[in-house]
Design a protein around this ligand. Structure first.
Ligand SMILES: [Zn+2]
Length: 107
């Protein structure tokens, strides 16, 4: 079973306790009523859906119920890290073995 680290509970918990709620770091337009239909479509529907590094928003729905961010490799389904909502985007890089890791961290 896949284990996911909740940055609030500070423990690895089974994936069944979590829900992926979409792409992370999507900024809501300041005056959403004033934007064009095309700008709203881009904000509301358009996502990067990358092959490789994905920044995602998750919720510990059957635990503390809080939202947090995760960096996941969509090819291997491996989580690189998780961090609290509101914290800045974490930088990652591929190591020599092809596995994603925190930027500057050892393999
Ligand atoms: Zn939690």
């Amino acid at each position: 079973m896949l284990l996911i680290h909740c940055p609030y509970c500070q423990e690895d918990r089974p994936e069944l306790e979590f829900r992926n709620t979409g792409e992370a770091h999507i900024e809501r337009p300041k005056d959403i009523a004033a934007i064009s239909d095309e700008a709203f479509e881009a904000f509301f529907f358009m996502r990067t859906n990358p092959k490789g590094v994905a920044y995602e928003r998750w919720r510990h729905i059957h635990g503390c119920a809080r939202f947090f961010n995760a960096v996941r490799d969509t090819v291997s389904d491996r989580f690189v890290t998780t961090y609290k909502a509101g914290e800045p985007r974490v930088e990652v890089e591929r190591g020599e073995n092809g596995v994603l890791k925190l930027k500057g961290a050892a393999q």
